[in-house]
Design a protein around this ligand. Structure first.
Ligand code: ACO
Length: 361
């Protein structure tokens, strides 16, 4: 048996291909370079869903905008109990209120919901009233508007669009596998998305970028990086934003997002010196990981520059995983539909290693 199912192929998919040796991500025949910064989130979602729904509109933007307006009604269910929870738990609870199903209307509501709920939860936790969606805006621009209560600049909206597209699908990662297992029972797309978001929440998967800001703030200046990182590793901590189950080289999404951060920094979004500081921390971390773990190729993953990008767009670190869900939800839904279309119930075996049953004499 392979520990953690490493290298086990558990599904055939037409959706995305992660080449861990070459550091390459292909989404439905397009390399990440061709999509990130070029396609909108709506276009990437349409690409992922193509062939999995009857009568998919050529332009998904109006339908996704209408779905945002529809799910906004659920924001009224945000009570003080939910607001005391972490943003990802509150978003997950609101998602659980949506009706389940397998059709396109359900899929659109599920794809729209993480963006709408994330903005509402962040605002409510800051004591601010939610801002209703504007269905005429693009998804990324509307998410920023719902978050901040003002229109984003084109550069900001483009940066968030790049992020959402970059994380929209990534092979059989833990959350997508969880979503496919649930979809294979025919429980519905909503149930599959809830499984996905629950798996995404963990710090080894989508929960990493919030702690990256804590790491950067804890380090404070480049000259502190080595001592801080060595102390963290000596405690047995993992460095968030580094290492990957599949990539043995640099995660190509890291560079797509670093590019988006750099483009934004040409405006005024990034704190002066923030990108250079993060690069210095990244170099120190990579050097130390190479010294400490020479046998395991540990490189920068998607989460490191996610943290910088979402910070610059005013998302609080506690909500970074929710924004990840707003992008990955398109992939979960596509995989769930692909599983339903061709896959059998996913039901592997376990090997019993417990005590032998006592046989009565
Ligand atoms: N910091 C320090 N050591 C690490 C790190 C890290 N970030 N990543 C792996 N290692 C070490 C492990 O401790 C292990 O050492 P050991 O054999 O002495 O115990 C060795 O490298 C091999 O690691 P694995 O456990 O085999 O790596 P695995 O494939 O199971 O885990 C994972 C991949 C979970 C991403 C891991 O690298 C990690 O914890 N990274 C930090 C969290 C993170 O950034 N998560 C986001 C990943 S990207 C995504 O999911 C969207």
């Amino acid at each position: 048996m392979s520990d953690g199912l490493e290298d086990v192929v558990a599904a055939d998919t037409v959706l995305s291909d992660v080449d861990g040796k070459a550091g390459r991500l292909i989404i439905r025949g397009y390399s990440l370079d061709e999509l990130a910064g070029r396609a909108s989130f709506e276009e990437a979602t349409r690409l992922l869903w193509d062939g999995f729904f009857d009568s998919l509109p050529a332009d998904l933007a109006p339908a996704l905008g209408a779905a945002r307006a529809e799910v906004f009604a659920e924001v009224a269910a945000l009570d003080t109990g939910l607001l005391d929870r972490t943003p990802i738990e509150a978003v997950r609870a609101l998602l659980a209120r949506l009706a389940d199903g397998d059709d396109l209307a359900t899929a659109l509501r599920l794809a729209a919901a993480p963006a709408v709920f994330t903005a509402a939860v962040v605002r409510a936790q800051a004591g601010e009233a939610p801002v209703a969606p504007d269905p005429s805006l693009a998804h990324a621009a509307d998410l920023l508007r719902m978050l901040r209560g003002r229109l984003a600049t084109p550069a900001e909206a483009a940066a968030l669009d790049t992020y959402l597209v970059t994380v929209s699908d990534h092979g059989l990662n833990a959350s997508t596998f969880a979503a496919r297992v649930v979809a294979s029972t025919r429980a519905g797309l909503g149930s599959a998305v809830l499984a996905g978001i629950s798996a995404l929440k963990g710090p080894l998967h989508g929960g990493a970028p919030g702690p990256i800001i804590e790491m950067l703030d804890g380090i404070g200046k480049p000259s502190n990086a080595r001592a801080w990182i060595e102390a963290a590793l000596a405690r047995g901590d993992r460095l968030m934003g580094f290492g990957h189950r599949v990539y043995r080289v640099r995660d190509p999404r890291a560079d797509a997002l670093k590019g988006a951060v750099r483009r934004m920094s040409e405006g005024s979004n990034i704190r002066p010196g923030r990108l250079a500081f993060a690069e210095a921390v990244e170099q120190a971390a990579l050097a130390i990981l190479r010294e400490r773990k020479p046998d395991r190729a540990l490189d920068t993953n998607v989460e490191f520059y996610t943290a910088l990008l979402l910070e610059a767009l005013d998302f609080p670190p506690s909500a970074f995983t929710c924004v990840f869900a707003a992008g990955r939800v398109s992939g979960w839904i596509a995989h769930a539909r692909e599983q339903l279309a061709g896959g059998r119930l996913i039901r592997p075996q376990s090997r019993y290693v417990g005590p032998v049953a006592k046989v009565a004499a």
